[in-house]
Design a binder for this molecule. Structure first.
Ligand code: ADP
Length: 235
């Protein structure tokens, strides 16, 4: 009887979470679409001044890109939720993987003149390549997005007493400790407008947390507001 009650309450929690998620998704999708349709309508009705049309077109383009990023993240999350993923584990050279990710993010880093470096020691890890890649990418992407001009991002990978450690340190805006837990929630952003400006979806860290759990890993945030953030992942 007790077991059944526990199962029921777990199912209720899950149902509640799904409901909340659907409501959030609808809201998050509707905002950019409303803006796209608004600008398109002004152009269509011939109300827009010719000199404003390129500006409106740019806004439509940016909002569409945001929608695509959002839908991509939602699809990734639902694959993870359903356990519907390519789950072949292979030996990964984490140092090479980190370097690859840093390379892919170099256009974003260069735009803000941010120096991204890799240190540590060579380690191999048995994991699901595309997921570990995505986890490192999301963490480094945030370390650049929430950094200042001329800042630094230091990635460290190596062995520790508690297993393989991957740490990403930035010199950015920082996170106050009351947000440490919440930033891993779906659609939670400390500063909504800053996240949106930089193309954030609010789903990156929830994807990271999911991937980390799938690999039986552990994640920790250390940060000082105005000084920077270090995110550690033990695998
Ligand atoms: P987003 O798409 O908004 O970046 P994430 O799930 O990746 O979503 O992160 C959630 C929130 O956590 C961000 O909106 C931001 O407020 C905060 N955050 C994440 N990483 C960092 C960081 N390195 N420095 C400061 N704030 C961060």
């Amino acid at each position: 009887m007790q077991i059944r009650m526990e199962n029921n309450s777990k199912q209720n929690d899950l149902a509640k979470m799904r409901k909340e998620f659907s409501a959030n998704v609808s809201h998050e999708l509707k905002t950019p679409l409303t803006s796209i349709s608004g600008y398109a309508e002004i152009i269509m009705n011939g109300i827009a001044r010719p000199e404003d049309i390129p500006i409106f077109a740019e806004r439509i383009f940016k909002e569409s890109k945001r929608l695509i990023a959002l839908i991509d993240d939602i699809i990734r999350l639902s694959h993870l939720d359903e356990g519907n993923i390519e789950s072949v584990k292979e030996s990964l050279n984490l140092n090479e993987l980190c370097l690859e990710v840093i390379g892919r993010l170099s256009p974003q880093a260069e735009k803000k003149n941010i120096k991204a470096t890799l240190e540590g020691e060579p380690v191999n890890y048995l994991g699901i390549r595309h997921l570990i890649d995505e986890m490192i990418y999301n963490l480094c992407d945030n370390a650049i997005k929430y950094n200042h001009e001329d800042g630094e991002v230091k990635v460290w990978v190596g062995k520790s007493e508690e297993g393989i450690l991957l740490s990403i340190t930035d010199t950015g805006i920082g996170i106050s400790s009351n947000h440490y837990e919440r930033i891993f929630e779906r659609f939670y952003r400390i500063d909504k407008s800053h996240s949106k400006e930089t193309g954030g979806t609010g789903l990156g860290l929830s994807i990271v947390k999911h991937i980390c759990a799938l690999h039986n890993g552990k994640i920790q945030v250390e940060s000082q507001v105005g000084e920077g953030t270090r995110i550690k992942v033990w695998l």
